[in-house]
Ligand binder design. Structure first.
Ligand SMILES: CSC[C@H]1O[C@H](OP(=O)(O)O)[C@H](O)[C@@H]1O
Ligand SMILES: Nc1ncnc2[nH]cnc12
Length: 290
């Protein structure tokens, strides 16, 4: 399939220097995305960039319209989506500056719509392997070329926020085996899966959350200072990834391109035409044949 690389930029990543293109408005039936998208090419690779919190960081993690964001990425033709995210560390051996290519999630968010589907068209996709192994391979290779400290694999605990965790919560998440913590990658990863977009996350450690006896409480000023350093490396990583991205690729080995293949359980007669109309982009591949 033809590849279009999408990048969702998190805290501190509101533009992508080097991406030659235009900011474009893409309408979505799911409401307002975080911002316009910057669509163009970088080193010959078709790319679409969206700042998750909007330019100016006006949106908090709960207020982001994740469905509209993923829907506009799908409408823009994105096949491979990389999330760049600030995160806290829940492990001694993942210090600030470390980039973690996450492969699992624990979803503790509770105040966000989490699916494109629902009454009138019910679907249950597998989240056993929520990220694309192949895209993760390419991201890992790019990180190694850039020379950032990188860890392949890790569990990202998604919390609601916007407050940071209490000491007791931070200790609980460590006991669960979570490696990093953030506020945004859920339901983003679930929605990317539903939209059949290969997804990978680069979780860039900015702090030790609340558990570490030798590091004080998390504070936003020190997070931003570390994030500013991480952001330069993240932009280099994206440029390297773009240069190494092939124009076409094989089907994703973790099934990202086919996640809806057998997921929709509602019979064609019982489907709600209004919901089907909203699903035109994310589920068009499977809905058009029944
Ligand atoms: C600025 S610290 C808290 C904020 O940063 C992370 O967002 P993102 O994943 O978009 O980089 C974290 O999840 C919080 O939303
Ligand atoms: N400690 C933390 N908890 C949640 N989100 C974060 N983003 C950056 N650091 C974080």
């Amino acid at each position: 399939m033809d590849v279009t690389l999408g990048i969702i930029g998190g805290s501190g990543l509101y533009e992508l220097p080097g991406l030659q293109g235009e900011w474009e408005t893409i309408e979505s039936p799911w409401g307002e995305p975080s911002d316009q998208v910057l669509r163009g090419t970088l080193d010959g690779t078709r790319m679409v960039f969206l700042p998750r919190h909007g330019r100016g960081h006006g949106l908090d993690p709960t207020g982001i319209n994740y469905r509209a964001n993923i829907d506009v990425m799908k409408r823009a033709g994105v096949t491979d989506l990389v999330s760049l995210s600030a995160c806290g560390s829940l492990r001694e051996d993942l210090p600030p500056g470390m980039f973690v290519i996450v492969d699992q999630f624990i979803d503790r968010t509770f105040a966000r719509p989490k699916s494109f589907f629902g009454n009138g068209c019910v679907a249950h996709v597998s989240m056993a392997h929520p990220v694309s192994r192949d895209l993760g391979d390419r991201v890992e290779a790019a990180a190694k070329v850039v020379g950032v400290p990188v860890r392949r694999g890790g569990t990202y605990l998604a919390m609601e926020g916007p407050q940071f965790s209490s000491l007791a919560e931070s200790q609980l998440y460590r006991a669960w085996g979570a490696d990093v913590i953030g506020m945004t990658n859920m339901p983003e990863a679930k929605l990317a899966r539903e939209a059949e977009i290969a997804y990978a996350t680069v979780a860039m450690v900015t702090d030790f959350d609340s558990w570490h006896p030798e590091h004080g409480e998390v504070d936003i000023m020190s997070i931003i200072a570390t994030m500013t350093q991480n952001a330069d490396a993240a932009r280099n990583l994206v440029a390297t990834l773009a240069a190494a991205t092939p124009p076409t690729r094989e089907p994703c080995s973790t099934g990202s391109d086919m996640a809806l293949e057998t997921a929709i359980i509602t019979t064609p007669e019982a489907r709600d035409p209004a919901l089907l109309a909203k699903l035109d982009a994310v589920a068009g591949r499977v809905l058009s044949r029944s």
